[in-house]
Design a binder for this molecule. Structure first.
Ligand code: F6R
Length: 607
């Protein structure tokens, strides 16, 4: 949420700032801006809308300067327009910010009373004005910043430059992620290592409360008490190559089509296909003695966790609670020491999930991160990490991260079950066989993309869409509804099929498509009965099952598609694909912005 980048370079930095912002645009795209120092004075270029608008502005009005900061915005305070775009600046200082300054109104009132004139509606401008205030009193940039940081409440990653100081920049982190990059006679800062990868592979991560003074030769880092600290410089695994869409029209489509490969790659880290066993990476706690599991995540990652609840409870016979991170953190749940808390996050930076992790750690839980970004904060703070090898996911709507999360969770469920002696070698072998076949089944289904495209035409005119599923297909129904909402802006709800009669059935008429996720498993008959209830009321059922399931349906649905037959255990992974493709094609039919849907951002680093 909001991406920031900063460079102390040897030549004009504006083009490099824009390059860095391109790699951060997934974090927000309401507006963008940069500030550099030209002859010691602050020069800004800002533009409303996507980064392309800023790039165009810079072509018309280039800006020089060997030091600069840049920002791509996801609006929190103040509508997205040029006036509210970062950097926020006074004559003396310019600031880019990711996060929320919670006490900005109090600061603004104070500073306004002292004669400061605010230009924007943002919380960030209070930081610029506060530092300016201290600079005006004769403090050095470093002291003015230190004094200002003491006053800030909330979450922030800040990049700050100062008029008349072309050789230094300040970075500060509280809550929101911030990385420093070490170049040859150049220094960089960025919201993540991905943004900095084309500039340098040598990265260090600031910890909460840290702030740093950067010069061309390096950085002096201070902790929240002002003591000088060192933070390990490591080599990032991110490639500097710009991630392209390949032959696909959108990142989302490319990422959907990458799934056979990334599911296979993720499986390979744990599955031995010859022996048909799962080997989990060694963990610093014994899964065999864990007595309780809690899974905490947001959005799509939460739905992956919800599928895992079915898997772990059934296979490992362990009680699992699944929580939405933003609810969990304020509920202050009592926790008995010795439990296992699993945190699922593509980005590894989601603020609520991170806060939940810290809470669980403080309450004596073993913490296990399941992330797609190995260097992320959640990964660094958890006791152990399991990685999804989905590769960078750029489309805002999560697709390949979800299915690789499911793969890891399926393996984890098997690993837990075995360490507790809850499954036989035979069952493990069957599940392993089914998992090993998933990449091929997904690839097989993806070849039928055109059929989904045609199906989507009938849905794109709908105002409301319902998704139904039972058992582990219920979270897939929820995920399908979320995907459709977020990229096509059609109102959609996922329901447990058995809940239909308890209310939602009142919505059924011939204008409401009802998408049913119904593999032939032990619950097939029950869901099929619910389908009949919908058909009887004129509902337009779109039925996803396998051939047997389609054939067994008593009355024909509006549309049906037979997926490859699979072991029911792995069905949630396969059935995620049609709901992703359906959302994609409906969005295309509606002409919405698939990769950058309105109001959304990929990495939610504010509450
Ligand atoms: C939906 C989507 C979001 C994320 C959620 C959590 O397509 O992408 O719902 O799943 O914001 O993000 P992570 O997994 O990065 O914690």
């Amino acid at each position: 949420m909001c991406g920031i980048v900063g460079i102390i370079g040897k030549q004009d930095v504006a083009p490099l700032l824009v390059e860095g912002l391109k790699r951060l645009e997934y974090r927000g795209y309401d507006s963008a801006g940069i500030a550099t120092l030209v002859n010691g004075g602050i020069e800004r270029r800002r533009a409303e809308g996507k980064l392309a608008n800023l790039a165009r502005l810079l072509e018309d009005k280039p800006v020089a300067g060997g030091i600069g900061i840049g920002h791509t915005r996801w609006a929190t305070h103040g509508v997205p327009n040029e006036r509210n775009a970062h950097p926020h600046a006074t004559q003396r200082v310019a600031v880019v910010h990711n996060g929320i300054i919670e006490n900005f109104q109090e600061l603004k009132a104070e500073l306004t009373a002292q004669g400061h004139v605010f230009e924007s509606d943002t919380d960030t401008e209070a930081v610029a004005q506060l530092i300016d205030h201290h600079l005006a009193q004769g403090l050095s940039p470093r002291d003015a910043t230190a004094k200002s940081l003491e006053r800030l409440r909330g979450a922030f990653a800040l990049g700050i430059i100062f008029a008349g100081h072309p050789d230094m920049m300040i970075a500060a982190r509280q809550g929101s992620p911030l990385a420093l990059g070490y170049g040859e006679g150049e220094m960089y800062l960025g919201s993540d290592a991905l943004a900095l990868a084309p500039l340098t592979q040598r990265i260090s991560y600031l910890l909460d409360g840290d702030w740093a003074v950067l010069t061309a030769d390096g950085a002096t880092i201070f902790d929240r008490d002002g003591a000088t600290v060192t933070r390990e410089v490591r080599l990032t695994q991110f490639s500097g190559a710009l991630i392209g869409k390949g032959q696909h029209r959108h990142f989302m489509l490319k990422e959907i089509f990458e799934q056979p490969e990334v599911i296979g790659g993720t499986l390979n880290t744990m599955l031995n296909p010859a022996e048909r066993t799962i080997t989990l990476p060694s963990l610093p706690f014994d899964l065999g003695v864990v007595n309780r599991v809690r899974i905490i995540a947001c959005g799509t990652s939460f739905y992956a966790g919800s599928v895992a609840k079915y898997w772990i409870e059934k296979l490992a016979r362990l009680p699992v609670e699944v929580d939405i991170a933003s609810e969990f953190r304020y509920r202050e749940p009592p926790m008995e020491p010795g439990g296992l808390a699993i945190f699922i996050s593509q980005s590894g930076e989601t603020a609520d999930t991170l806060a939940a992790l810290r809470y669980c750690r403080a309450h004596g839980q073993h913490t296990l991160a399941l992330v797609n970004v190995p260097e992320s904060t959640i990964s660094r703070e958890a006791e152990a990490t399991l990685l999804t090898l989905a590769g960078p996911e750029i489309g805002v709507a999560s697709t390949k991260a979800f299915t690789t999360q499911l793969v890891v969770l399926a393996c984890l469920a098997v690993g837990m079950a075995r360490s507790r002696g809850a499954i036989s070698g035979e069952t493990e072998a069957e599940i392993c066989q089914a998992l090993a076949e998933v990449p091929a089944r997904v690839a097989e289904f993806l070849r039928r993309d055109d059929e989904i495209r045609l199906m989507a035409q009938g849905i794109s005119e709908a105002r409301d869409v319902l998704y139904l599923g039972r058992g582990a297909s219920f979270p897939i129904a929820l995920e399908g509804a979320l995907k459709l909402k977020e990229i096509s802006y059609i109102h959609a709800e996922g329901y447990a099929a058995g809940e239909l009669k308890h209310g939602p059935i009142a919505l059924i008429d011939d204008s409401v498509p009802v998408i049913v996720i119904c593999p032939t498993d032990e619950l097939y008959e029950k869901t099929a009965s619910n389908v009949q209830e919908v058909v009887a009321r004129g509902g337009r059922v779109v039925f996803f099952s396998d051939q047997e399931g389609v054939d067994r349906l008593a009355s024909p649905p509006f549309a049906a598609m037979a997926l490859p037959a699979v072991n029911p255990f792995v069905a949630p992974i396969l059935y995620a694909i049609p709901v992703q493709l359906l959302a994609y094609h409906v969005a295309i039919a509606k002409g919405t912005d698939v990769d950058q849907p309105r109001n959304l951002a990929k990495s939610v680093t504010v509450e």
